[in-house]
Design a protein around this ligand. Structure first.
Ligand code: HAM
Length: 521
């Protein structure tokens, strides 16, 4: 092994290798095929967006936004950032010549020079023209000037304190947009719906996506920091319960085609702005009464988001939660009717479901219908899919009043569940291994490989000549169905030896016969 430090993938982030990746492809192909039959179109979205998009949609107080996002500042003015960072590293040298002037004046001059450059960048729009930046740059100029003027009259300690205060100011300047890797994609779909004026298209607009999402969660089985979702969204003017039910029907059809069994569908309604707000207050009041019996997380959530207390998995809290008021008893008439109609629609489609009154979901945009699907073999992270209705989200992002509903499947978990149930074998099959011997047979082997691949067969052609036995051994290890043996005799006669590896049956065939033989399984 080399002595160089090995670089490994980041915690919670993994490689998906063959043959497992073949299963991923199969799952994704199934989604493309099934979703197309329900009229959904594929939307390809950016992996990063303005942080503000997620903060506004998912909610600034949620775990996802407040602690799990990978965020960064996107600099345009990188010279200026470098200059700022250099000033942040500035240290006075106690033995610098010239007393206090020599020690501290250079710092003040640098800040003033930085301020002049930053102001120009602000005017040019190279750094964000926010009110915070404007006032920061204005006060910075005054403070750096006062600092420079008074250097001589202050003691070192006082000068150093002022240096630190100015550095703190410099740290607060925003040089670029605050961006985040997407923790989910519903917000992006809504942004795209608005940005491309999709409300003018025939309604509803049905879109699906697949790809990586990023959340800084504690990694465990079925929970990763880069994970994958297959999601779908329906946006438009109608909130008919049949839309909710058809979306769930599509999910069931997809899981069926993908081979996932033993799933359970949980549904709930979390009401609308009005009835939920009243219920949340009632819940908060009831929770305050039992506050002392709850853990620290739940205690905090009584104030920040009481609904999330219902999500708690802590054993000691379960009996208390079971006695809390349930949202189903507090829905307004319209929400109650919508939930009843959804259940009718599910029954009409023969879709089995269970009501879970504690299913509140962790993202703020939901209203009315929420649902989750669990799958076996996943341990504690057993939700393979989550979704719900989010009427009003498009409006919240500056678009026209729009209804919406969608779901996202955790692809990692779906694949894991398929593997656990023994349906994960999607090994790429190798049809033929071409065992060529002697340099003279290579051109023939090459031509044959190309012809067979053209016919759609998976073919392996060794790049270098191999001993016959070793060649057949490798063919076997790779799981090839057949070996095609090409030596000098075969080149001369135009007849190839086809060996079936399962039973070692051997035949001499010409090229056309060979292709026919490979077609039979
Ligand atoms: P979500 O419940 O946050 O909803 O995520 C959906 C699914 O993604 C989960 O059920 C789970 O299978 C998977 N998932 C979430 N986090 C992780 C993780 N760290 N590791 C592995 N898998 C994970 C949403 O994201 C919503 N955007 C769904 C939606 C679409 N609602 C309406 N439209």
């Amino acid at each position: 092994m080399s002595e160089k430090k090995q670089i490994r993938a980041i915690k919670g982030v993994r490689d998906i290798l063959p043959p497992e990746s073949a299963l991923w492809n199969r799952v994704e192909q199934t989604a493309h095929a099934v979703f197309a039959t329900y009229g959904f179109g594929d939307i390809r979205l950016p992996i990063f967006e303005q942080t503000e998009l997620f903060a506004r949609s998912i909610g600034a107080e949620t775990d996802v936004v407040s602690k799990e996002m990978y965020s960064f500042e996107d600099y345009e003015a990188s010279d200026l950032v470098q200059f700022r960072n250099a000033i942040l590293f500035w240290k006075d040298l106690p033995d610098a010549p010239g007393g206090a002037y020599g020690r501290f004046l250079p710092f003040g001059q640098q800040v003033l020079s930085f301020d002049a450059q930053a102001n120009k960048a602000f005017e040019d729009g190279a750094i964000p023209r926010t009110p915070e930046n404007k006032s920061m740059l204005t006060t910075l100029y005054g403070e750096a000037g006062a600092f420079s003027e008074g250097v001589q009259s202050r003691g070192d300690r006082e000068n150093r304190q002022l240096v630190d205060a100015l550095k703190e100011k410099l740290r607060q300047i925003r040089f670029g947009d605050a961006l985040s890797l997407r923790p989910e994609a519903t917000a992006s779909v809504c942004r795209a719906y608005i940005e491309h004026g999709m409300h003018t298209l025939p309604q509803p607009v049905k879109l699906y996506y697949m790809g990586p999402m990023f959340r800084r969660e504690r990694p465990q089985k079925g929970r990763y920091r880069q994970f994958y979702q297959i999601g779908a969204e329906v946006l438009g003017q109608s909130d008919a319960p049949a839309i909710d039910a058809e979306l769930i029907e599509m999910l069931v059809a997809f899981f069926d085609r993908a081979g996932l069994t033993g799933t359970t569908l949980y549904v709930n309604s979390i009401g609308c702005k009005d009835c939920r707000a009243k219920y949340v207050e009632l819940l908060r009041a009831e929770l305050r009464k039992v506050q002392d019996k709850l853990g620290v997380d739940s205690q905090r959530r009584i104030e920040t988001n009481p609904l999330r207390v219902l999500d708690s998995k802590i054993p000691d809290e379960q009996a208390i939660i079971e006695k809390l008021p349930r949202i189903a008893d507090h829905l307004c008439d319209a929400c109650r009717a919508h939930f009843a109609a959804l259940q009718e629609q599910l029954k009409l489609r023969g879709i089995a479901y269970e009501i879970n009154w504690r299913l509140v979901r962790g993202l703020d945009y939901y209203m009315r219908t929420t649902f989750e699907i669990t799958a076996p073999g996943l341990g504690s992270q057993n939700a393979v899919c989550g979704g719900g209705r989010y009427d009003g989200l498009v409006e919240l992002l500056g678009g026209p009043p729009t209804k919406g509903i969608g779901f996202a499947i955790g692809t990692d978990r779906l694949v894991l569940s398929l593997q656990e149930s023994g349906k994960g074998d999607a090994r790429q099959s190798l049809d033929a291994f071409i065992a060529w011997m002697g340099a003279a047979s290579y051109p023939t082997a090459l031509k044959l490989a190309r012809r067979l691949r053209g016919e759609g067969f998976a073919v392996e052609l060794p790049a270098e000549e191999m001993k016959f036995k070793k060649s057949l051994g490798l063919a076997d290890k790779l799981g090839a169905r057949y070996a095609v043996i090409i030596g000098e005799d075969e080149v001369a006669s135009g007849q190839f030896t086809l060996k079936r590896l399962a039973d070692a049956e051997q035949k001499k065939l010409n090229e056309t016969e060979l292709i026919e033989a490979l077609k039979t399984r």
